[in-house]
Design a protein around this ligand. Structure first.
Ligand code: UD1
Length: 371
C-alpha cells in the first residue's frame, strides 16, 4: 500500500442501537480523505421497524455489505455472524481496522473474527460494566474490550473499569458519547414529528415505557411485575409503550397481553422511528425503561428516567443525570414513580464530553495512530 492510498476501515452494525451510535462516526469517516470506509450490516435486526427506517432517518449510507444470518440462539447467532463476516472480509480490500460499537452479539462476533485475522479492533463505547454476568451484553462487552486495540470510552468510570482489568492505558481513549452526537444533531429535525400531538397527548403530561432486556422479559415472574408498571402508571398519567418484538412475544406467551390491552390509559404501539421516538421522549414527563441508551438520552434531555433493572453499566447517568435505578419489583417501581411525579424535573448536569463531538475525537485518534 502506498503511503497516500486511503486506509481501509470496516464499520460493523447489526442492531437498532448500533445504527444510532455509528451514525455520526460513519459520516465523519466518510468525510476524511485518508480513510475508505466499508459499512457492513450483520442484520442481527432485520425488521423494517428496527432496521431500515433507522438508515433513512439517520442518513446512514446503504450498507456496502449485508450479511444474512438465520435466527437462532445467542451462540448460533454469534457463530453464524462470525462465519459470514469472515467470508465477507475475504472479498474486501486489505483492512487496517474493524470498528465495532456497543455490546450486542454482532459486536462480539465481528471483534472475534477481526482479532483472529490479525486485524486491529476499535471498540466504541468501551469500558461499561454492569457486573451482572447473567446479561449477554456484559459478556459481549468484557470480551470485546479484552481483544480490542482501541478502546473508546464515554466516561471516567469506564476508563477505571478497563484499567482495573489490566488494559494498558495507551489503548484507552476517552472520547465522550457517540449516541449523544446523534441526538444533538437530530434534535431539531425530530421536533417536526410532533409525536405527542399525533398520539393525542399533551407535552409533559405522559410517560414512555420500554422493555426488552432478556433478563427482564424472558422470565414470567419478573415480566409479570414489570407488565404491572405501565398499567399502574396509567392510573396517574397516560402511558405510551412502543413494544419490542421480543417483549410482544413473551407477553403473549405468558398470557399477560390482554391485561395491557385492557388498560385504557396504556397505548401499546409498534417500535417507532428514531426521530419520532426522540421527540416523544423529549416531551415526556418521565420514562420507565430497561434500555441502556435511553438512560443516556434522558440524561441529556433532562427527562427523569426510572431504570427497571437491578443495576446500570452507566452510573454517570445517575451521578450526573436524571436516572434512578429502581429494580423490577412493582412496589418499588411505583414508590419511585410517585416521588418522581411529585418533584418538578430540575436542571441536570450533562456528563463531560457528551457534547456532540465524540465522533470527531474517534476519527482524530484513528488518523493519528493509523497514518
Ligand atoms: C438486542 C441486543 C440488546 C439490544 C437490543 C436492542 C444482544 C445480546 N442483545 O436484543 O443488547 O439492547 O438488541 O433492540 O445482542 N426480532 C425480530 N425482529 C428483528 C430482530 C429480532 O422479531 O428485527 C426478534 C428475534 O426473532 C428474537 C427477539 O426479537 O426472538 C430478540 O432479538 P435479538 O436480536 O436476539 O435480541 P434483542 O432482544 O433485540
Amino acid at each position: 500500500m502506498s503511503s497516500k492510498a486511503p486506509i481501509h476501515l470496516v464499520s460493523v452494525v447489526g442492531t437498532r442501537p448500533n445504527f444510532v451510535k455509528m451514525s455520526a462516526l460513519v459520516s465523519r469517516l466518510r468525510e476524511t480523505p485518508r480513510f475508505r470506509l466499508t459499512l457492513l450490516h450483520t442484520r442481527q435486526h432485520y425488521d423494517e421497524s428496527l432496521s431500515e427506517i433507522f438508515f433513512d432517518q439517520l442518513e446512514l449510507p446503504v450498507p456496502d455489505v449485508r450479511l444474512e444470518i438465520p435466527r437462532g440462539s445467542h451462540a448460533g447467532q454469534t457463530a453464524d455472524t462470525m462465519r459470514e463476516f469472515d467470508s465477507a472480509l475475504d472479498g474486501l480490500p486489505e483492512t487496517a481496522a474493524v470498528i465495532v460499537v456497543g455490546d450486542v452479539n454482532s459486536t462480539l462476533a465481528a471483534a472475534l473474527v477481526a482479532v483472529k485475522r490479525g486485524l486491529r479492533v476499535a471498540h466504541v463505547e468501551a469500558g461499561l460494566r454492569s457486573f451482572n454476568w447473567s446479561m449477554p451484553e456484559e459478556i459481549n462487552r468484557v470480551i470485546t474490550d479484552r481483544i480490542s486495540d482501541f478502546l473508546f470510552t464515554p466516561s471516567e468510570d469506564a476508563d477505571q473499569n478497563l484499567l482495573r482489568e489490566g488494559i494498558p492505558t495507551e489503548r484507552i481513549h476517552r472520547i465522550g458519547n457517540v449516541m449523544i452526537d446523534t441526538l444533538l444533531s437530530h434534535r431539531e429535525k425530530a421536533r417536526h414529528c410532533r409525536s405527542a400531538e399525533k398520539l393525542g397527548l399533551g407535552k409533559g403530561a405522559y410517560a414512555v415505557v420500554t422493555l426488552h432486556r432478556q433478563e427482564n422479559v424472558d422470565h414470567p415472574e419478573i415480566l409479570w411485575g414489570l407488565a404491572r408498571a405501565p398499567i399502574e402508571t396509567s392510573r396517574r398519567l397516560p402511558v405510551i409503550f412502543p413494544i419490542h418484538p421480543r417483549t410482544r412475544k413473551r407477553l403473549a406467551e405468558y398470557k399477560l397481553w390482554s391485561a395491557l390491552e385492557d388498560a385504557t390509559g396504556v397505548q401499546v404501539i409498534e417500535p417507532m422511528g428514531y426521530l419520532e421516538f426522540l421527540d416523544l421522549v423529549a416531551d415526556s414527563r418521565l420514562v420507565l425503561t430497561d434500555s441502556g441508551g435511553l438512560q443516556e438520552e434522558t440524561t441529556v434531555l433532562g427527562v427523569p428516567c426510572l431504570t427497571l433493572r437491578g443495576e446500570t453499566e452507566r452510573p454517570i447517568t445517575v451521578s450526573h443525570g436524571s436516572n434512578q435505578v429502581v429494580g423490577v419489583e412493582e412496589a418499588k417501581i411505583l414508590a419511585a414513580l410517585d416521588s418522581a411525579l411529585a418533584e418538578q424535573p430540575g436542571e441536570v448536569a450533562v456528563p463531560p464530553l457528551w457534547d456532540g463531538q465524540a465522533a470527531d475525537r474517534v476519527v482524530k485518534v484513528l488518523e493519528r495512530v493509523l497514518t
